[in-house]
Write a protein that binds this ligand. Structure first.
Ligand SMILES: [Zn+2]
Length: 243
């Protein structure tokens, strides 16, 4: 089985989104494993990001990820208050200079941008979230919130475990009949493809979806739950509309 692409840059979408839409994906040089701290990141994580990005993130919103399909919305118009940590798997915002972030170690991070309404979204999709239609739900929420036209949306896929490595049980055929591939070694799930189909079903144009094509399990510079089990750290995906 040929390896998928490797993560050669932490900003693989800098040509895909306009310059004021900041995106970043860490590799295993820093562990962003969730910890219940008063700030979204520890001092060393913040320092690492500032060094990587070339600037300090003004404000960060993260979530306690639960593998569901809840997506929270941080509105520009909402009163600024101490941000409470919520159980959710995605964030949408139209607030400038608010960085939104999700943690992954095999799950797919999905970046959304609506250029007409200047709104962004970031969520993570594992098989459970995908089964609960998190991609379709994110688009539906953008439509509801900003009257976003799915045809305008630009979507990018971060690193994730790919069908080269994502061996699953036959039960996946029930939920994902088209994206569960049978090979002689067993069944393999194509997680990004399942999300691509969901987005297409929600009206997103295929040409507006960029996939970095990195497999976290093949690429040893990534954290991978499948490869490292409990010892796996977490990679951070970040998106921000810069002022
Ligand atoms: Zn792989």
């Amino acid at each position: 089985m040929p390896s998928a692409k490797l993560l050669t840059t932490t900003q693989p979408f800098h040509d895909f989104f306009p310059p004021h839409v900041v995106t970043f994906i860490s590799d295993r040089s820093a562990d962003f494993k969730f910890s219940e701290t008063p700030t979204p990141f520890t001092r060393s994580q913040s320092a690492f990001l500032a060094q990587q990005l070339g600037f300090r993130l003004p404000e960060v919103l993260t979530i306690r990820q639960v593998h569901g399909n809840k997506i929270i919305i941080a509105l520009r118009s909402a009163a600024r208050r101490a941000v409470s940590l919520e159980d959710a798997d995605g964030i949408l915002t139209d607030r400038r200079d608010l960085a939104i972030a999700v943690r992954t170690a095999d799950c797919l991070s999905v970046f959304l941008y609506d250029p007409r309404n200047e709104a962004i979204g970031l969520f993570h999709a594992g098989w459970r979230g995908t089964q609960q239609q998190i991609s379709a739900r994110a688009v539906a929420l953008m439509r509801k919130q900003w009257d976003s036209n799915p045809k305008d949306l630009r979507v990018a896929f971060g690193p994730a475990i790919r069908s080269c490595c994502y061996r699953v049980g036959a039960s996946f055929l029930e939920h994902f009949p088209k994206e569960t591939l049978k090979r002689k070694e067993g069944y393999f799930f194509d997680l990004p493809e399942a999300n691509k189909k969901q987005l297409a079903g929600a009206g997103v144009v295929a040409a507006n979806i960029a996939d970095c094509s990195v497999c976290t399990c093949c690429d040893v510079t990534c954290f991978s739950y499948r490869r490292e089990r409990e010892s796996a750290g977490r990679m951070i995906s970040i998106m921000m509309l810069k002022k």
